[in-house]
Design a protein around this ligand. Sequence first.
Ligand code: ADP
Length: 474
Amino acid sequence: MKVFHLSAECYPVAKVGGLADVVGALPKYQNMAGLQAAVVMPYYNRKFVQENVFDIVFQGATLLGTRRLYFEILKEQTDKLGFELYLVKIPGLLDREEIYSYPDETEQFIAFQLAFLDWISYSQQSPDIIHCHDHHSGLVPFLLQHSKLYTRLANITTIFTIHNGQYHGAFGWDKLSYLPEIDLTKTGLLDWAGGINPLATAVKCCWRYTAVSPTYLRELSISSNGLEYLFYIERAKGSGIINGIDTEVWNPEKDPMITSKFSIKQITKGKQANKEALCTRFSLAPELPLISFIGRLVVEKGADLLAAAMEQSINEHPGKVNFLILGAGDKETEIELLQLKAYYPEQCNVVIGYDEALAHLIYAGSDFLLMPSRVEPCGLNQLYALRYGTMPLVRSTGGLKDTVIDFGDEGGYGIRYDNTSVEDICEAVNRALVLFDNTKQLQALRKIMMTLDFSWDRSAAEYNDLYKSLNPII
Ligand code: ADP
């Protein structure tokens, strides 16, 4: 079964968040299970592209309105990621450094989708599945079925995975001319709330859609930035599949990015060595419980609550708790956190920025990982934390609810709380501090965490079952 994954991100080529981790791992595990999965993404002028060798496998031109765009499809020569990686390069549009935030983002991602479709159309390829991820490739299921240009491809099965339902990629009808000739009786499929909405279009036109956790699938019909009713009426097409983690990249026994590698047998010694390295680097006391946060500093992640919650906890437990934050995002939150660091230099430290290696060390060296998310489609951080014996302290939402069981419940290994509030976070921190003093119980729980299986094998098998249910003869 030949599968093309279409995505704006893919680790290690270009990553902003969990989407990259998923698209960088799922195809690898699908290939191990006997599929032929490949990734197609925009070309970004970044380290991975500069350091690896690519072949030009196709050259063509596509029309974006009246603009003729020449494009190239580049393939990484060695398949070193465990799958074929194709990059769509369009000079002046898809050859920049950043992944998002350009003013012509709409043009970028429409051009990406058109170039992909032109490529497979002109090179006579017939994949069995086109698996689109988030709104950046959300128009593909529509174009396959309702554009005369791609009639030959109209029967290809399309799957759409929602990693983040808050972002829709919506744009105005004035840009309809960017699309190739389409069946104008079908424009209603593009529409949501008076504009062209690629996320809504994908949900309407794909054969099946998935959300990255069963709880998030349900939450989409309660809160999805205006698409709630759509998710409600289309619910028969949806299913929830929890993400896995790439256990080759996230492996405390082999991780080159941490100070001291450790297995479950050396868990106490191993974690302590990483914690000491981390605390020395950030001027924190290694004997105190260390609670960390890694992620985008945005309201979705509850990052706006961090400074107030940390200040309250530090005041409630003077000299008894340390915090470490790694992230970037809303400027106001960044400033608040840096002010807190200046005020309490011995109890908290804050790194504003994106640092993959430091993230690994934080997962390995922290005692607890705080995730006060308002919305968390799946969440990978808690899964990485568990793999490194670090207890997740999470708000009960989306994938956090599906993957973290409170240690007070049967079979539990984490801390969960319900409300998006400073008080609830502080209460969860209080529970963490009490547990920290109960060394024996914490050690036993760490062992449970490290034996949990969130590998891709299980999740990849669920995607494969979904593909097969739609293509029973392959
Ligand atoms: P998101 O909503 O951001 O996609 P996920 O939990 O699905 O959230 O994935 C977040 C991924 O991004 C994890 O691999 C996490 O370690 C990484 N990450 C987020 N922010 C940073 C940062 N500032 N530095 C390093 N890694 C980060």
